[in-house]
Write a protein that binds this ligand. Structure first.
Ligand code: NAD
Length: 480
């Protein structure tokens, strides 16, 4: 069956391109899918434009749009096991993690469904003039290009699709070329939920051929992108000539700051989970451990002792606690990154190479790695590795911890561990990041905004601001 979804029809790539999708855990062939080129991207944009300008979806009352999102949430729950399996085969992620993601994805649709049905932010303005009726209403932005990465394929897609549709937009979705399956499945569910043809369109394929045309075309009004910093810069530049609205969710190099008065066990457990979850392929991974001088030795010893024992395995291996990297190319990148760190003086305390077990040789595995004696001048501290690599820096006091935390160009997330609540809040407010956890790591809820400061991007997903990204606020003033 063809896999591009354009104007409500499933079609094959016009130039006949295909791509093999292989499971990162063992290299097995998952499927061969259509690979769109610029002509297909243009056709998808035309369909979304037509649906926005003349179709029913942007003119559907907010309550009905909200209801469709709620129906989609129910369908996602009905099919959650199929989705979780597809996600795990594409990404190599453990099935338990994919199941967690599915629950979050349904919640995301439900949250935006309720928010939209509740009015989507429209309000009456008190002008002080009794002869005037003044209102701010919210309209959709138009045709949205939604471009997503491979690490949380459907979750990142849900964070865009739910508010985009909820606000009444039409869209063209371009998922990562490495992980297309759950996007295909989502198109089927949206159709089953009753979305009219042309409101949702899907092109699969590489960034340069299927993604770039979406960022340049004058018929597209908004680009919402989640991915790497370098791609983000390119997309911002491509969108500039037609002044598209742009939202960028980029990388992170997130500090996990541990003071000596922290709860030791909890801080160790969370520091491990923060960086080794999904093999570190998480934008908010706690990849930089900042630990107070007098705690350093005991804390790092405890981390290393446990990191050495983390079992690796494929998506359906119940004993595995972390899995493979997404591709051979990505593993090469991690290897180069660790080598550069060592050349600059970092000390490998554990990992630093590939596992030796014969059953893991067909997959793209890399051992959980801890690099000690790092400092802010090193490339391992400045650059996002996006792998299972924890770097360790020491600090003396609060000011130094904050300065180190803020020393990279990124500002996505971070955490502070301390028994002193005032200090926790002080540090949380001084670190320039869109999310800060105090005595925790990684939780989020759809009600609260997510996004980056500095070069981690701009714009917000989730929360009321996550809907506002897809709305134009219009002031209507009537003289009575
Ligand atoms: P990537 O930048 O390589 O690709 C992301 C998407 O952009 C893919 O669909 C790709 O095909 C597409 N693309 C590439 N070049 C393009 C171009 N010129 N024009 C249009 N589209 C193009 O990123 P990735 O390797 O897939 O994902 C990993 C990155 O995503 C990491 O840096 C990670 O931190 C980031 N990320 C951020 C968040 C967040 O919430 N801030 C969440 C998840 C991932």
């Amino acid at each position: 069956m063809p896999e591009l979804f354009i104007g409500g029809a499933w079609i094959a790539a016009s130039e006949g391109g295909t791509r093999e999708i292989r499971c990162p855990a063992d290299g097995s062939l998952v499927a061969t899918v259509d690979e769109a080129g610029p002509k297909d991207a243009a056709a998808a944009i035309a369909a979304a434009r037509e649906a926005f300008d003349h179709g029913p979806w942007p003119r559907t009352p907010a309550a009905e749009r909200g209801a469709l999102l709620l129906r989609t949430a129910d369908l996602l729950e009905r099919d959650q096991e199929d989705f979780a399996r597809a996600e795990s085969l594409d990404t190599g992620k453990r099935i338990v993690e994919s199941r967690y993601d599915m629950a979050d994805i349904a919640n995301c649709f439900r949250y935006f469904g309720n928010l939209v049905a509740a009015g989507g932010g429209d309000r009456v303005v008190d002008t002080g003039d009794p002869g005037v009726d003044s209102r701010v209403v919210h309209e959709p932005v138009g045709v949205c290009a939604l471009i997503t990465p491979w690490n949380y394929p459907l979750l990142q897609t849900a964070w865009k699709v739910a508010p985009a549709l909820g606000a009444g937009n039409t869209f063209v979705l371009k998922p990562s070329e490495l992980t297309p399956h759950t996007a295909i499945m989502l198109m089927r569910l949206l159709t089953e939920a009753g979305l009219p043809p042309g409101a949702a369109n899907l092109v699969l394929g590489a960034g340069a051929t299927a993604g770039a045309p979406l960022t340049e075309d004058p018929r597209v009004d908004l680009v919402s992108f989640t991915g790497g910093l370098v791609t983000g810069r390119r997309i911002m530049a491509a969108a500039a000539p037609t002044v598209k609205k742009v939202a960028l969710e980029l990388g992170g190099k997130n500090p996990n700051i541990v003071f000596s008065d922290a709860d030791f066990e909890a801080a160790v457990d969370h520091a491990l989970m923060a960086v080794f979850l999904h093999s570190g392929q998480v934008c908010s991974a706690g990849a930089r451990l900042l630990v107070q001088d007098d705690l350093h030795d005991a804390f790092v010893d405890a981390i290393v002792e446990q990191a050495r024992r983390i079992p690796l395995g494929g998506p359906f291996d119940d004993d595995a606690r972390t899995g493979p990297l997404i591709s051979a190319a990505h593993r090469d990148k991690i290897e180069a990154y660790v080598a550069a760190g060592v050349a600059e003086g970092a000390v490998v305390r554990c990992g630093g190479g590939r596992p030796e077990q014969p059953e893991l040789q067909q997959g793209f595995y890399y051992l959980p790695t801890v690099l000690d004696d790092c400092n802010a001048g090193m490339s391992v501290i400045r650059d996002e590795s996006f792998g299972p690599v924890l770097t360790v820096e020491r600090f003396h006091d609060e000011d130094e911890a904050v300065a180190l935390a803020n020393s990279t160009v990124y500002g996505l997330a971070g955490a502070v561990w301390t028994g002193d609540t005032d200090r926790g809040h002080r540090v949380a407010s001084r670190v320039r990041a869109g999310t800060m956890w105090i005595n925790d790591f990684h939780p989020y809820v759809p009600q609260a905004e997510w996004g980056g400061m500095k070069q981690s991007g701009f714009g917000r997903e989730l929360g009321p601001a996550g809907l506002a990204e897809y709305q134009e606020a219009k002031h209507v003033w009537r003289r009575l």
